[in-house]
Design a protein around this ligand. Structure first.
Ligand code: ADP
Length: 672
């Protein structure tokens, strides 16, 4: 309110925030105008009764008449008294009713605004790219959507109206006071600065504590989200870290509890200060009135009885709005910080969106030719501000071969850090082909697979589907044409049916069962308690690994995409499950382009083309036979690891194969 600007985080000016906040009410102009009118009426009407008190006392109850300089008391004017009392009661009832109406309109507008804000925030987050989610804690996002939006709710519904109401109350009260007695008005105003000082100070501290409490709540949200989820719990149990998590939680929880105590105490202290002013102010009025009357020596009474009574009533209408305006201004400041956190999210750009001239291509019209044309890609840092820095994952060091000289042409020989996650990769997968991408962990296989459906956009070069840049398709077209089976199967806490039909909401029961049969999971599903309506636990933890994978496969079968990206699970399944998953996959691969991040030897052998990736670059490509003939990195590994039937060993030049999985490859000159 004052000219002093307080920047919560120093990034966005309050004025801009206020403008943005006001923008939230754009669609509710009529409601806002109605609220303003009602507030002015109720607040203004509130001053009438105290003024009437003076009239009741001095004209109706104790009418006086001055005779020869002496005041003579006249009989009670009953008729006038009846009228005045009638008016007083009438005003109370009418303002009460208007107050109820005002509360209704205010809440209606306020709640709609909040509803729209939450919707906007959720929709905006839905449109964020994967990049944002890999760099932001889930709990943090949830906290902004619930705690922060909840935190500004009161501002939106109450604060603005109470501010207006207070201004009107204050002004009307001041006018009434001045009309009644300027001396008493001066007295009342003289003690307000002290009162203002205390309220303002208390409010400031409260605001700081509110901010800290909000941060603490977000932290607790994040901790619980991280640790009380199934995966977090699993990790904590496996590593025996449960007690440390408890300590971490206790610490933060303790902080929150202390903050809550301080918040409560400051509120109580403020209440006490206001209370003291409220009760001592009338006493001071009596005192000053006494002095004024005594000073007049009874000849002419400058202050009448009614005035004194009316004044003490008016005084409470003075302190209350001042106090509440001070705390409101601080509340607004505090919630501006919350608004800022929310607008921060709303402002975040959607980096992967449809181009204006993007084409809608029906999935049936897509043949499934996938081509990478000199693709470079880098995981940028800091696109979404400091809160959302991507989690730094150091690239896996490339094992140096014993006596194997690093390639001279390699611009980043054997360095942990590398400039590009994907560097100058070109290859083509023809429609209907099965391509296997192999390479050590951290090579960039997953990254390549993310680029195809535009989970990320290439930094340089182009990725083409049927000869057209993927960025020229609408995202919806790409989503229709391309599907992914990821390593980790994500299932909703919902029925098997809902988990399956997620891929195709209008699927019939027949289609559902056909897909489940194709994925060898139908029999398992019907054996469950409620068949297709059985709830799978949170993230499918009530299913075995193999079953989950087969469910995920059935989901993709149902969708039947033109291009399938398959990230083979590295987690070992028992032989039977493994065979079932393998059997489920086979029909899925036929008739569509499949790009598999291959960990199974069977997939590698079945592939029409194999791409060997290391440190973001394509080392070799060709069929299994071609690569063997070439005698490069792939051939060495294959000869040493698979020929002899051994599936678990570390070979000399650093290429490691574990259970048929290419875990790390030696650096070799790129093919051709
Ligand atoms: P692969 O699938 O072959 O194991 P990835 O494609 O997952 O390898 O990773 C390639 C490189 O990119 C690695 O160095 C990895 O650390 C890095 N990386 C992967 N995801 C991210 C991310 N979200 N932010 C920053 N770097 C990442």
């Amino acid at each position: 309110m004052g000219g002093k600007r307080d920047k919560p985080s120093g990034r966005v000016s309050n004025r801009r925030l206020l403008r943005q906040t006001a923008g939230l009410f754009k669609g509710h102009r009529l409601g806002v105008a109605a609220i303003a009118a009602l507030v002015v009426i109720t607040a203004g009407a509130g001053v009438v009764n105290p003024v009437l008190i003076a009239v009741v006392f001095d004209i109706a109850l104790f009418p006086t008449h001055v005779v020869n300089g002496h005041t003579v008391l006249l009989p009670v004017n009953l008729t006038l008294l009846e009228v005045l009392v009638g008016i007083m009661i009438g005003i109370t009832i009418v303002t009460g009713a208007i107050g109820v109406l005002q509360t209704y309109v205010t809440n209606r507008v306020g709640q709609r605004v909040m509803e729209e804000l939450r919707n906007r925030l959720y929709e905006h987050l839905q449109g964020m790219s994967l990049r944002f989610f890999t760099g932001t804690r889930t709990g943090e996002i949830q906290s902004r959507l619930t705690n922060d939006v909840g935190g500004i709710q009161s501002v939106v519904t109450d604060t603005a109206t109470s501010l207006l109401s207070n201004i009107v109350t204050l002004l009307s009260t001041l006018v009434a006071m001045l009309v009644l007695s300027w001396q008493l008005t001066v007295l009342s105003l003289a003690i307000t600065p002290l009162f203002m000082f205390y309220t303002y100070r208390a409010g400031r501290v409260r605001r700081q504590i509110t901010m800290q409490a909000q941060e603490s709540k977000a932290e607790i949200s994040a901790i619980t989200e991280e640790t009380l989820s199934v995966s977090g719990m699993l990790l904590a149990k496996v590593f025996g870290r449960g007690s440390e998590e408890v300590v971490r939680f206790r610490k933060e929880n303790h902080r929150l509890a202390n903050l809550a105590i301080r918040q409560e105490m400051i509120g109580r202290a403020l209440f006490a200060v206001i209370g003291a002013f409220f009760s001592s102010a009338p006493a001071l009025v009596y005192l000053i009135a006494g002095f004024v009357i005594a000073g007049s020596h009874g000849t002419h009474t400058p202050i009448q009885y009614g005035t004194i009574v009316a004044f003490t009533t008016l005084q409470s209408r003075l302190f209350f709005p001042i106090g509440s305006m001070l705390s409101v201004s601080i509340e607004i400041q505090a919630s501006l910080a919350l608004f800022e956190r929310i607008f921060d999210y709303l402002k975040m750009p959607h980096d992967i969106v449809d181009r204006p001239d993007a084409r809608v291509v029906p999935a049936d019209d897509i043949k499934g030719d996938v081509r990478l044309d000199h693709v470079y890609f880098r995981y940028d840092r800091g696109t979404f501000g400091p809160m959302t820095e991507p989690i730094h994952r150091p690239a896996a060091p490339t094992p140096i071969a014993n006596g194997h000289a690093p390639d001279e042409n390699d611009p980043v020989p054997n360095e942990i850090r590398r400039d590009w996650a994907i560097e100058d990769v070109s290859f083509e997968v023809k429609p209907g082909q099965l391509a296997a991408i192999v390479g050590p962990s951290g090579a960039g296989k997953t990254t390549i697979s993310y680029l195809i459906p535009r989970l990320y956009d290439v930094s340089k070069g182009a990725l083409l589907l049927d000869g057209m840049d993927v960025r020229d398709y609408t995202i919806a077209s790409l989503a229709d044409a391309i599907s992914m089976v990821t390593q980790e199967t994500y299932l909703f806490h919902a029925s098997v049916r809902r988990n399956l039909t997620y891929a195709k909401p209008d699927a019939t029961q027949e289609e559902l069962e056909a897909a489940a049969r194709a994925a060898f999971i139908h029999d398992r599903i019907v054996a469950l308690d409620d068949g297709y309506d059985t709830l799978v636990g949170e993230r499918g933890y009530r299913m075995s690994g193999g079953e989950k994978q087969r469910l995920a496969i059935a989901r993709v079968v149902l969708k039947s995409p033109r291009v399938l990206i398959l990230d083979e699970a590295t987690s070992a399944l028992d032989t039977t499950s493994e065979r079932l998953v393998q059997a489920a996959l086979e029909p899925l691969l036929t008739g569509r382009t499949t790009i598999a991040i291959a960990h199974r030897l069977s997939t590698i052998l079945a592939a029409d083309v194999i791409f060997v990736i290391d440190r973001g670059r394509l080392l070799e490509q060709g069929t299994h036979a071609e690569l063997l003939r070439r005698g490069g990195a792939y051939a060495k590994v294959y000869e040493q690891q698979f020929q002899g039937g051994r599936v678990e060993a570390v070979c000399e030049d650093g290429m490691v194969l574990a259970s048929g999985e290419v875990v790390a490859a030696a650096p070799t000159a790129p093919a051709a």
